[in-house]
Design a protein around this ligand. Structure first.
Ligand code: T1G
Length: 706
């Protein structure tokens, strides 16, 4: 054994009879930071040296057993002992080691448990090796021990999906030996240790297990490799996981560990790890907004939705799915019948797919009430209007809400661009008005922009964030401007795409470049999916206030003038023969593009995918910097979360601002300055970007600013 390592405060030991109980107490989730690793190693040394110790019980304090490595340590110099050394000490113990899992046992936390000789689960335990979600792989023996315990296929599936297994499933999978109905991990764990000792259960090391039918396992892994390469869409670590499991099948255990470590280090060094870990923490930081930290949310036990169209029904379903009773208001019997049908059809489809029982459908619909009488919502805690996008129509609805709703009811609008300050000012309870901008389909899309008008009370903002948590949405605080955060930035990089289109790139080349960057779809595919008429209406709405000096590309208007709105009309930028979901290039569109170029006197030139993305991303980042500087977004990470959660931005790049940091702000600024030579009006560098570059800082330096 190495030099004795002092026990740490986050790991304590206590002798219960002849059982050494080792407790990890490192709130909030017992992450395996350096102090925990040191404490565990010291405890194992103590157990080996102390003749009074016959067995060891590992237990976690608080809600989790252990949520794995301390993710905040990645990217920093490693501190000994590394986790594999701790796991080796646990598994190498000459005395039986038992882990009792009462909560999350994830990543390195599960690897510690797999190094133990026996595992007991309590009903609330969840087990998983979700490192793939962070661009990593289980780097402390998980890829070698899990296949030995649960088989190659189940272990590989669990690691590639990052899924968490509940206790019963973990027992059936062979990850745990016993499941007891208890909520007291220490007592349950001691009981199990004593049961094992009475049975003279031996030290049983997972490393000594063999993998059955190695040839079949290798053949299956080969198939998985091909399938994963297709599905991974450029993600790095899934294929490395398969390589690790192959090593578990082919190599002696210690050689397998060595192979795993090498592949883990490759993942650790990949930019995808940096992007995915940024996304992980950003989604947790984004809810830390001043109002939610300064005020308590008002209770929300029931809500009303005004409007039963696509958005209203989607919002109603999102609330019903969260167990909230919903009263939907429409203007007449026919409309409310349609509204109910729009809600019901979501559940009918789930029942048809076998993903919901009819009983569950009835239960959830019992929470739904349709009405045409505002008096029926007098007592709800929160109202969300999702009526026609016209300021006067919305003001009329808010006047009714002001008249009918109980004092303190939160009054929200789902508008995607109208002036919420103006709506709030139109009623007496201005402080109770907030924007809840859902994204269609509202019951599926995770992003929820919480748009805060100037006079909103802090507890109203806090209530909106609490509602987002209940609805399992990813909330982002946004200030009031045209398009808030997401649509405002979208409008700008869409313009950059239109300029590329008119200057020589085809819509299909632009979409291909954007998909190659990691988006699921390019901008012209998105237009066809959402409906070209929506953007057309926005352009017409903005025409009166558009800067006459600003370059305006009319190609999309020409296409809309023909009624080519995209998938819903069978053609847009693409052709969708026989209702096909995947579009085909349309020669007539290319002819329109050529005609528009000629009309503008543009001599088309070719653009590489790299240059397409440099322009696309420079426009996105530059507007993002303006949105942050104006306080429309609190921090750059709020822009990142908006685009990862709501606009298909590839999660492994962390978001547009994280991408810019990893690319280097000086390079992004240099690109903008180069493009400005062609169009100084459009490519005006954001002052914040120039400031950060001048100071040698990056966007991330603003994320932690107070
Ligand atoms: N490291 C550091 N901080 C963590 C953490 C972790 N592993 N997990 C959670 N936190 C923080 C989180 O940022 C938040 O902080 C607080 O804990 C509560 O988290 C070697 C290399 C466990 C299911 O991927 O999935 O092990 O905002 O808001 O909703 O092979 O946290 O309060 O300041 O999410 O109840 C693998 C990641 C790591 C698990 C709890 N482990 N965590 O969910 O709370 S890599 C994971 C989660 C690894 C080894 C490899 C969830 C949770 P703050 P929360 P929750």
């Amino acid at each position: 054994m190495g030099a004795a390592i002092p026990a740490s405060s986050v790991v304590t030991t206590a002798l219960h009879g002849d059982v050494l109980v080792v407790t990890i107490d490192n709130p909030p989730v017992n992450a395996l930071g350096a102090a925990v690793r040191q404490g565990l190693l010291a405890a194992m040394q103590q157990a080996q040296a102390d003749a009074a110790v016959a067995a060891v019980l590992l237990v976690g304090a608080g809600k989790a057993f252990n949520a794995g490595a301390d993710i905040r340590e990645f990217g920093k110099p490693p501190v000994a002992p590394l986790l594999p050394e701790v796991c080796r000490a646990i598994e190498g113990s000459s005395k039986p080691v038992v882990a009792v899992l009462h909560g999350a046992a994830l990543g390195g936390g599960l690897e510690v448990a797999l190094s133990a000789h026996y595992r007991l689960a309590l009903p609330a335990a969840t087990l998983g090796l979700p490192e793939v979600n962070l661009g990593l792989l289980p780097g402390s023996g998980g890829t070698q021990r899990a296949p030995r315990l649960m088989g190659v296929q189940a272990a590989t599936a669990m690691m590639l999906s990052g899924q968490h297994l509940k206790a019963q499933a973990a027992l059936q999978a062979g990850l745990v030996d016993k499941l007891v109905e208890s909520t007291v991990p220490l007592a349950a764990g001691l009981g199990y240790v004593r049961e094992l000792m009475a049975a003279q259960a031996p030290v049983r090391r997972t490393r000594d297990l063999t993998i059955s039918d190695p040839q079949a396992a290798l053949a299956w892994l080969e198939e998985q490799k091909a399938e994963t390469a297709k599905k991974a869409r450029g993600l790095f670590s899934p294929l490395k996981i398969i390589e690790c499991v192959r090593a578990a099948v082919q190599l002696p255990f210690d050689d397998g560990l060595t192979r795993e470590r090498a592949l883990f280090m490759e993942c650790l060094d990949s930019p995808q790890r940096a992007g995915l870990i940024h996304a992980f923490f950003a989604e947790r930081e984004v809810v830390k907004v001043p109002e939610a930290q300064a005020a308590q949310p008002r209770p929300v036990a029931s809500i009303a939705v005004i409007g039963g169209g696509t958005m209203g029904a989607g919002i109603a379903v999102a609330a019903l799915d969260a167990g909230l009773p919903v009263t939907m208001i429409e203007r007449d019997a026919e409309s409310i019948a349609r509204g109910r049908a729009n809600v019901e059809k979501v559940y009918t489809a789930l029942v048809a797919k076998g993903r919901m029982t009819e009983a569950a459908q009835s239960a959830v619909m019992a929470l739904y009430t349709g009405s045409t009488d505002y008096a029926d919502i007098a007592q709800v805690d929160l109202v969300i209007e999702a009526v026609f996008e016209d300021i006067e129509v919305k003001k009329a609805v808010f006047r009714e809400l002001d008249r009918v709703c109980k004092p303190g009811a939160v009054l929200a609008t789902n508008t995607s661009y109208l002036d919420i300050d103006a709506i709030a000012a139109s009623i007496s309870r201005t402080q109770d008005v907030i924007g809840l901008h859902f994204f269609s389909p509202a019951n599926i899309m995770k992003l929820l922009e919480i748009v805060v008008p100037a006079k909103a009370a802090p507890e109203v903002v806090a209530t909106a964030f609490e509602l987002a948590r209940k609805l399992k949405k990813v909330p982002v605080r946004a200030g009031v401007c045209d398009g808030f955060i997401g649509n405002r930035i979208l409008a700008v990089y869409k313009q950059a795409a239109d300029y590329l289109l008119e200057d020589g790139a085809s819509p299909y080349e632009i979409d291909a470049a954007v998909r190659g960057f990691g988006f699921a779809m390019g901008p012209f595919q998105v237009t066809d999916l959402a409906g070209g008429d929506i953007g057309w209406a926005t352009r017409k709405r903005r025409a009166a206030t558009r800067d006459p000096k600003a370059r305006y590309v009319e190609i999309a208007d020409r296409i809309c003038e023909r009624g080519w709105f995209g998938q819903k009309t069978g053609r847009g930028f693409y052709l969708y023969p026989d209702g096909a979901r995947v579009g085909q290039p349309d020669p007539e569109v290319l002819a329109i593009v050529d005609a528009e170029r000629a009309k503008k006197g543009v001599t088309p030139r070719s653009f590489s995918a790299d240059e397409i993305m440099r322009r696309y991303m420079a426009a996105m980042v530059n507007e993002g910097a303006k949105v942050v500087a104006e306080g429309i977004a609190l921090r750059p990470l709020d822009v990142d979360v908006t685009f990862v959660a709501g606009y298909g931005f590839p999660r492994h790049r962390g978001g547009p601002m994280k991408w810019a940091d990893m690319t280097g702000l000086p390079k992004v600024l240099a690109d903008i300055r180069e493009f400005a030579k062609e169009d100084p009006l459009f490519w005006q560098p954001a002052p914040l970007l120039e400031k950060l570059v001048a100071e040698g800082r990056n966007f991330d330096s603003l994320n932690t600013a107070g």
